[in-house]
Design a protein around this ligand. Structure first.
Ligand SMILES: Cc1cc2nc3c(=O)[nH]c(=O)nc-3n(C[C@H](O)[C@H](O)[C@H](O)COP(=O)(O)OP(=O)(O)OC[C@H]3O[C@@H](n4cnc5c(N)ncnc54)[C@H](O)[C@@H]3O)c2cc1C
Length: 826
């Protein structure tokens, strides 16, 4: 049989791959006509192109692919399809032409500087344009859905000051509800993106043929250099339409439940097809169609049973996901404004079955929840939302639960691959079942099923290293490896990613104690470490000087006040007993820090995965109830552990008596004074899943206390996973707290002396990062708004005044933000 496939996108590729895998006798002569000039690639991961990642899909043997040769006409009667260079006859033809980005037909939409975001070529063009600019650039993304946010992130990474315009009243209107949209907006704004919801683009104006501004229907105007349209897609049905095939009222080649179009032996799959009255814009339904049509072409009788439409935002570093129904008869919601987490589970009217849900701010439960849609609840809704409750979920899922929705792989298939076909790691399960090969969100569940099937799990950090964070740490320490390029060259592969680079940067900082922004190490750091400051929602940075134990002299308070006044910084006392100065322009950071360092301040490491603060109560000096010098100890501990880089941030506190005014039991390590010495608690945290720290040792002398904290911290730094807080680290440890106690209190592994020595080295090698930066003109060069225009401040940063302090201009209107005090005059 001569088969011609028109379109070499993800779905066309899946079709020929499936055909070749199932058609053992090779009875199909397959030709693929591909408009794009590059081999098939993973469009879902398109934005990873900016990281230099390879996107190509595996090559399928025995298929003729005509790259750069688009089909221009189709003749169903003659059974031919024509391109600019040839005509091909077929016995069967599959249309897999995908979609094209929808560009609203507003005046100016074709000016130079207008882009879409669909192909690798689009990204090349956008990137070249942004980099060719001579100064700071502003960009507008039209569309605040999944795609628009990915495009806005791309602009941000290109150094363009990005605005997102969305017609609906919230971001991602198709996936999240109003409350989820509001929470998502806060996360996105924190990244420095400006959001305009409920606004319609009316036209794009240009100067000399290039984009210069956008005009909104409400009369508003925004100066811009780039416009990216990401306002949805339209099925590419032009070829079918011209050939007289039936197309849907809103576009899309109409196919029946078997993928057949209205013309004999012509099928359509993927985003160009309308099936069951619906056009799907996601890859999972496309794959289901491709496999169904492959089966039909081989004489089978497969039909389309619908497909999962769950989605998860990738790459922005903001967790947001929706699955199943996002509205229904009953729901349970959870909102935590402090950690910016919103979760909603939609339940059946008898509250026994999970129908779907929305997760914003923490989507770690996404894979396990999505697999439970349509099934009786395995636990209470709130327990389901907590990742700590994940343990054992895999075992409880029925065999029919769909673990990988992109590739429609059930738990039964995965377990049989593990137990029947000997798959012993995630890579093998992926290869054998395809689960986890598309969006990757089910990989944590694959790991869980491997563990629950009795397979000892390798803990590879990411695809570039087969080693876990702990193994990398040991390797670098023992072999004396001090650069990322040496490490990846000798023990990894590829160029590294957002996962392994910061981990290696953190390990290097722990081992070598050197300056974190020198040479190659600078390129490994994430944005905050890169500027030794936290990026805020309007593109400014925070300045947080260390105030050990929360104790500060009047002179130092005055300096902070003067600096804040002179640089017009918003000033706030934090829960960690120090003072945040917010709203600093990047080019002002060195001057601000010069004055602070001259007054004896140091970096507070608010930007780093490092020790933050050691909080204290007022202690015996002032308090009538105190039994030990809590302030003195807190100051000593904070000075001892300052600058210690760790897998996650570390917070601590010391309370001078059992009244616990410093809230030490909500910290990674907390010390509470007793009549006889100190009690030490470990593994506490606040946030979405608050955890009380647990008692590790009692009535310790100060010397013993410090020795045990030294060991605890160093053991954590060396053995925890990436981004694992101490609570999760202890929970994951075989034997939990008892094991930890045996290692660091009873020294069961004989490690105590080595851990203490490592901490002694850290203490001796500590140097303030901001002082080191100010002392070196080379290091100061990075503190400019625009690398290509170093003397130009970012013009988009502007402030208004709220309660006598500067706040970002354009924040949500006071009416929505300020608390309404019932019964009080306003
Ligand atoms: C940035 C981005 C992120 C995405 N993220 C997700 C996600 O997280 N989850 C998800 O499920 N989906 C996501 N998608 C959507 C997903 O990529 C698509 O659903 C999927 O690619 C559809 O596959 P397809 O083969 O139907 O179409 P396409 O991948 O668009 O392939 C169609 C191909 O056909 C070619 N073609 C068109 N006309 C002709 C012709 N006449 N002759 C020859 N060739 C022709 C096109 O050039 C194209 O190469 C994302 C898309 C983008 C752009």
């Amino acid at each position: 049989m001569k088969l011609v496939v028109v379109g070499n996108g993800m779905v066309g590729h899946r079709l020929v791959e499936t055909l070749r895998a199932r058609d053992a006798r090779g009875g199909c002569d397959i030709t693929v006509l591909a408009e794009e000039s590059r081999p098939a690639y993973d469009r879902v991961r398109l934005s990873a192109w900016f990281d230099g990642e390879a996107l190509e899909l595996s090559c399928v043997d025995g298929v003729t692919v005509r790259l750069g040769e688009a089909a221009t006409a189709l003749d169903p009667a003659a059974r031919t399809v024509t391109t600019a260079v040839a005509s091909y006859s077929y016995d069967a033809l599959v249309l897999a032409t995908g979609s094209s980005p929808f560009v609203p037909p507003v005046p100016g939409c074709d000016l130079t500087g207008c882009f879409v975001y669909r192909t690798v070529d689009d990204l090349h063009a956008l990137s070249a344009y942004a980099q060719a600019g001579s100064g700071p650039m502003t960009g507008v993304v039209v569309g605040g859905g999944l795609l628009g946010l990915e495009a806005a992130n791309a602009l941000r990474r290109l150094g363009v000051n990005a605005h997102v315009v969305e017609l609906a009243p919230r971001l991602m209107p198709l996936q999240v509800d109003e409350a989820g949209g509001a929470m998502l907006r806060r996360h996105i704004e924190e990244l420095g993106l400006t959001i305009h919801t409920g606004r319609m683009l009316q036209r794009v104006d240009g100067r000399s043929g290039r984009v210069s501004r956008v005009v909104f229907a409400d009369g508003g105007v925004l100066s811009t250099d780039v416009v990216v349209f990401a306002a949805g897609v339209r099925p590419r049905d032009d070829l079918a339409r011209a050939a007289g095939l039936t197309v849907g009222a809103r576009g899309g080649v109409v196919v029946d439940h078997a993928g057949r179009t209205s013309a004999p032996d012509i099928y359509a799959v993927g985003e160009c097809a309308e099936i069951g009255g619906r056009v799907y814009g996601l890859v999972a339904p496309g794959y289901a169609m491709a496999e169904m049509v492959a089966d039909r072409l081989l004489g089978g009788d497969a039909t389309f049973e619908g497909a999962d439409t769950s989605t998860k935002l990738k790459l922005l570093g903001v967790d947001v996901a929706s699955f199943g129904s996002t509205a229904g008869p009953l729901d349970v919601t959870f909102t935590d404004p402090a950690t910016r987490v919103y979760a909603k589970l939609v339940l059946s009217d008898d509250a026994k079955t999970l129908l779907g849900g929305i997760l914003v701010g923490d989507a770690s439960a996404y894979a396990t929840l999505r697999a439970q849609v349509g099934l009786p609840l395995l636990s209470t809704p709130l327990a389901l939302l907590a990742p700590a409750g994940d343990g054992g979920v895999g075992a409880n899922l029925p065999d029919t639960a769909q673990v990988c929705s992109c590739n429609a792989v059930t738990k039964a298939t995965i377990v049989s691959a593990i137990t029947g076909q000997g798959c012993a790691d995630v890579a093998a399960v992926k290869e054998c079942t395809r689960a986890g090969t598309t969006c990757g969100s089910c990989v944590p569940l694959l790991k869980q099923l491997l563990t629950e099937s009795g397979v000892a799990m390798p803990t590879a950090l990411c695809e570039h290293f087969d080693l876990s964070r702990q193994e990398l740490f040991d390797l670098m320490r023992v072999r004396g490896i001090t650069t990322f390029s040496q490490l990846i060259g000798e023990h990894g592969r590829g160029r590294g990613c957002d996962i392994c680079k910061p981990v290696v940067a953190s390990i290097l900082a722990s081992i070598t104690g050197g300056y974190i922004l020198d040479g190659e190490q600078a390129s490994l750091q994430d944005t905050n470490d890169h500027f030794l400051a936290n990026l805020q929602r309007n593109g400014t940075y925070s300045v947080v000087p260390r105030i050990p134990g929360g104790e500060i002299t009047p002179e130092k308070l005055i300096v902070i006040g003067e600096v804040a006044r002179d640089f017009q910084l918003y000033t706030k006392i934090t829960g960690g007993q120090r003072i945040d100065l917010l709203g600093a322009r990047v080019e002002h950071l060195p001057e601000i820090w010069r004055r602070l360092v001259d007054a004896g301040f140091e970096s507070g490491h608010a930007y780093g995965k490092a020790l933050r603060t050691v909080k204290s109560c007022v202690g015996t000096t002032w308090c009538r109830f105190g039994v030990q010098d809590a302030v003195g100890l807190a100051v000593a501990l904070e000075l001892r552990y300052r600058g210690l880089r760790a897998p996650h941030k570390v917070k601590a506190a010391v309370s001078g008596c059992a009244r616990e005014c410093a809230e030490a039991r909500s910290k990674d390590f907390g010390v509470i004074a007793t009549e006889n010495g100190w009690n030490l608690y470990v593994g506490g945290n606040g946030g979405f899943r608050p955890r009380h720290a647990e008692l590790l040792a009692v009535d310790l002398s100060t010397v013993d206390l410090i020795a045990i904290i030294d060991r605890f911290l160093m053991f954590y730094v060396r053995t925890a996973d990436r981004l694992q807080r101490t609570s999760a680290w202890i929970e994951a440890m075989d034997g939990g707290l008892d094991h930890l106690r045996s290692v660091i209190v009873d020294d069961s592994l004989g490690l105590a002396a080595e851990l203490e020595a490592a901490m002694t080295r850290h203490v001796a090698s500590y140097a303030d990062e901001w002082k080191s930066t100010l002392d070196d003109p080379d290091r100061l060069r990075r503190f400019v708004s625009f690398v290509n225009a170093p003397d130009t401040p970012d013009p988009s940063i502007a402030f208004s005044t709220e309660r006598d302090q500067p706040v970002p201009l354009g924040r949500a209107s006071p009416a929505r933000q300020q608390p309404v005090l019932v019964g009080m005059p306003r």
